[in-house]
Design a protein around this ligand. Structure first.
Ligand SMILES: [Cu+2]
Length: 143
């Protein structure tokens, strides 16, 4: 074996060690598999509900601020202007339901945040934390 083919084989082995196999050699049981299982509760409907986060002379707000959804729909928040986040305040939502952690601030116009509707039937409230006191809140009804 000459030196260059030895190097090529070594490189192949290193790449294989970083591939999508865990230590047991079983493919697909790593982090990607866990993520799939976590979202499997509500089969995706393929329906996306667009919600804009806006700040202008009329104030800070979500448009629309009342939406109806079904489990498996996706809420897609898009930043239009200002700096906003999306959170699900504990004092306005049932403790029996697990909500996403408060999102990072959306800062760049066009930036999006997608939240799958994994909640059971009910009425829920989301808000932008910095602007909730100014009325930047929203209501979600899951049917
Ligand atoms: Cu805001």
């Amino acid at each position: 074996m000459n030196r260059s083919s030895f190097c090529a084989i070594t490189l192949t082995l290193v790449l294989a060690a970083c591939g999508p196999r865990d230590s047991t050699g079983t493919p697909g049981t790593g982090a990607a598999g866990a993520a799939t299982a976590a979202t499997a509760a509500a089969p995706a409907t393929g329906r996306t509900i667009e919600i804009k986060a806006v700040a202008d002379e009329k104030g800070n707000r979500f448009e629309p601020n009342k939406v109806e959804a079904k489990p498996g729909d996706v809420l897609k928040f898009t930043l239009v202007s200002g700096v906003h986040n999306v959170s699900w305040p504990a004092d306005k939502n049932p403790s029996s339901v697990t909500f996403p952690e408060p999102s990072e601030m959306l800062q760049l116009p066009g930036q999006t945040l997608e939240i799958p509707v994994t909640f059971p039937k009910g009425e829920y409230h989301w808000q932008c934390d910095p602007h909730a006191a100014l009325g930047m809140t929203g209501e979600l009804e899951v049917e």
